[in-house]
Design a protein around this ligand. Structure first.
Ligand SMILES: Cc1ncc(C[n+]2csc(CCOP(=O)(O)OP(=O)(O)O)c2C)c(N)n1
Ligand code: SF4
Ligand SMILES: [Mg+2]
Length: 287
């Protein structure tokens, strides 16, 4: 997929990216996303995070489902697994369980995650699998040319809701908090520096980290998630927000009209691999 060429950057940007050391994390496949798609900032954010955390390409695995978002592994110079629609988390759980030294990053869209893949999320979260889930939310099915998704706004018109969407959208932050994710945050593709910091923190977390990334689909959504609308809506979490307080995180997650960016929740608890170690220990030395 893609042409084997240098990633496309403007000449001065290319120099900046090369000097930052991030270029080594970019593959030579040219992104096939539409010009202006928010997903480009996420590639930049992930390469910056990997560089910052000094994670080797050979130790990085990016697992994706199906959708525009799920083309992501092709654009990174790391191991990648383009799985089936909605089936990222079982694959990623298997990868991390088989080799815990790998840094496992899952990427996918709102349809991949919360429609066909919705049944897998609670279990990866409650098991606290030590992986990072980057959810690209454009509130639409992008790849299949703009149908209503589980996060589409009320009143949204698409080919599958020509008389306006009447299905209440899901609240993914609230869901992940109640599922038991140990790190939950929100970022916006239109704020690339903050996005990159949040990706770094999410990857640095030991346990299941979920980063919800608001990212406009500039081709099929002309009404809701545009940069202009989002620039006016998004704000930072209050400075005194306590990320160890789940109820406080839920109160913020409910404020969907003005989405807040930042770390909603962050606690340490045993991971799936910790639990498996315990089982192995008990099996070897039964009391
Ligand atoms: C089993 C299966 N069902 C349906 C599809 C068709 N399909 C491909 S991508 C997609 C949804 C993509 O939307 P999203 O996950 O939000 O990603 P985006 O394209 O918006 O990044 C669908 C329904 C498929 N490929 N496989
Ligand atoms: S269709 Fe939308 S989500 Fe897909 S690449 Fe184009 S702008 Fe991005
Ligand atoms: Mg989508």
């Amino acid at each position: 997929m893609g042409n084997l060429q240098q990633p496309v950057y403007l000449e001065d940007k290319l120099e900046e990216v090369r000097e930052s050391g991030r270029l080594e994390y970019r593959s030579k496949s040219l992104p096939t996303w539409c010009p202006g798609c928010g997903y480009f900032s996420i590639v930049e954010g992930v390469t910056a995070a990997l560089k910052e955390l000094e994670i080797d390409q050979k130790d990085t695995v990016v697992v994706s489902g199906i959708g525009c978002a799920s083309r992501f592994p092709f654009f990174l110079n790391a191991y990648g697994f383009h799985t089936l629609h909605g089936r990222t988390l079982p694959v990623a759980t298997g990868v991390k369980t088989a080799n815990r030294d790998l840094e496992v990053i899952v990427v996918g869209g709102d349809g991949d995650a919360f429609a066909i893949g919705g049944g897998h999320i609670p279990h990866a979260a409650r098991r606290n699998v030590d992986i990072t889930y980057l959810l690209f939310d454009n509130g639409i099915y992008g790849l299949t040319k703009g149908q209503t998704s589980p996060t589409s706004a009320l009143g949204f018109k698409t080919s599958t809701s020509p008389y306006e969407n009447h299905d209440a959208p899901l609240n993914p932050l609230m869901m992940l908090l109640s599922y038991g994710a140990s790190w939950v945050g929100q970022a916006y593709a239109g704020r690339p520096h903050h996005l990159s910091e949040m990706i770094t923190k999410a990857i640095g977390h030991r346990g299941f980290s979920y980063l919800h990334i608001l990212s406009p689909c500039v081709t099929f959504d002309k009404t809701n998630l545009t940069y202009t609308n989002l620039d006016m809506q998004v704000r930072d979490l209050p400075e005194d927000h306590d990320p160890t307080n789940k109820m406080a995180a839920m109160i913020q997650a409910e404020k969907t009209e003005r989405p807040s960016l930042g770390i909603y929740y962050n606690v340490e608890r045993p991971t799936l691999n910790d639990g498996l170690d315990h089982i192995i220990q008990n099996a070897r030395h039964p009391s």
